[in-house]
Design a protein around this ligand. Structure first.
Ligand code: GLA
Length: 369
């Protein structure tokens, strides 16, 4: 028996760094995917072959330990989870192909863990559903990658629906779909091709700073709310108890959560102009208060702010590099790509990679033999 799994990446329209603060996000799965084919074999040596990075990972199913090669740990961490829970996991071979850019902030890592988890579940006939996979990704990220990540990426990858965004409340995982389809507007990602090596530690620093703000708010208001669910007025009441950095982080998270809820309303009304303005505000906060942007991302966002046919633009994902997400009038998209790419190359001596995306379905799987 061969199982084939297709696991997509994700975009996020707005609601950045709100997921691990119990706030809202507004992501969607995309039509770029990692594809797995997996089958059982007889000996103990398992092989994962990745065509996109032209590498193989060979390991003994009975001796799982962390690797020095980053991407191996997504696979090893997932197997480690299942080996601890199940006793019928035997050797297998798995091939992995992908048209999902790696390290571009469109969640290739969650797509890898989610897709591989589904492959193992189906191959060994295990009983885990989508919500379990969301938790498995968190397990692998925390224990094998060292990232205190939220649930946005894996939730979107598993629950995505074609032409729909997901308004997800990360406080209780309740969600609803919001149609996003326009004849005249397209979503365009612009990959800066900047990869920040310290992204994990900078990300975890933000998580810790937010936890400090949350616990001071909770003790002052004698409450147990998550940070994103406070109001700016409440935050300002305790401003003198927080250092400037922690205050700025909290200020951004609370405002971003409110922007996300407003955005979902504007998108429902097809008010893309109004929504685009909130994208710029989101970027402004990510740059100045949350401090997770970089000069390449800022350059693109500033460049677009002068163009009438770009409705909104902001950095997307964890930050420090990766992509901007842009809402662009369809008729102007090719000119826009040409103009911005030329200027980006001149300014940074680096290529910009445009990625036109459509909102697609979440993870799918089937038996092919
Ligand atoms: C990364 C994390 C997500 C989320 C974003 C920022 O993509 O994996 O959980 O926190 O950063 O919004």
């Amino acid at each position: 028996m061969i199982i084939k799994v297709k696991s997509p990446g994700r975009i996020n329209l707005i609601g950045e760094h709100t997921d691990y603060n119990g706030g809202h996000v507004l992501p969607g799965a995309i039509d770029k995917k990692i594809i797995f084919e997996i089958y059982k074999i007889e000996n103990n040596d398992c092989e994962d072959k990745s065509d996109s990075i032209e590498e193989s990972l060979l390991f003994n199913i009975n001796e799982i330990k962390k690797s020095n090669t980053h991407w191996h740990n997504y696979i090893l961490g997932t197997i480690d989870f299942f080996k601890k829970k199940e006793n019928n996991i035997t050797s297998f071979k798995c091939s992995i192909k992908s048209n999902l850019p790696i390290g571009a902030g469109i969640s290739s890592s969650s797509a890898l863990i989610s897709g591989f988890s589904r492959a193992i579940i189906e191959l060994f006939d295990l009983k885990y559903d989508k919500s379990d996979i969301v938790n498995i990704v968190s397990y692998v990220e925390r224990n094998f990658i060292g990232l205190q990540g939220g649930i946005m990426d894996q939730f979107t990858i598993n629950y995505g629906l074609k032409d729909n965004l997901i308004l997800l409340n990360c406080n209780n995982s309740s969600y609803n779909y919001i149609k996003f389809k326009s004849e005249s507007i397209r979503i365009l990602l612009l990959n800066t091709n900047v990869k920040h090596s310290l992204i994990n530690s900078a990300y975890n620093d933000r998580v810790n700073e937010c936890q400090i703000a949350e616990s001071i708010l909770n003790s002052y208001f004698n409450d147990s709310r998550r940070l994103a669910n406070y109001k700016l007025d409440e935050l300002n009441e305790i401003k003198d108890k927080l250092n400037t950095t922690v205050y700025n982080r909290a200020n951004f998270v609370i405002a971003e959560n409110e922007r996300t809820i407003t955005s979902s309303r504007l998108i429902k009304q097809s008010n893309f102009k109004g929504f685009g303005k909130l994208m710029y505000k989101s970027h402004h906060g990510l740059r100045n208060l949350y401090e997770v942007s970089c000069s390449e991302l800022d350059y693109i966002v500033d460049f677009t702010s002068k163009l009438k046919y770009v409705l909104g633009s902001r950095m997307m994902g964890g930050g420090f590099g990766g992509c901007t997400i842009n809402l662009v009038e369809k008729n102007h998209i090719d000119n826009f790509i040409e103009e911005i790419s030329e200027n980006y190359l001149k300014t940074f001596n680096k290529n910009l990679t445009p990625i036109k995306v459509n909102i697609g379905n979440g993870l799918t799987y089937k038996k092919i033999k």
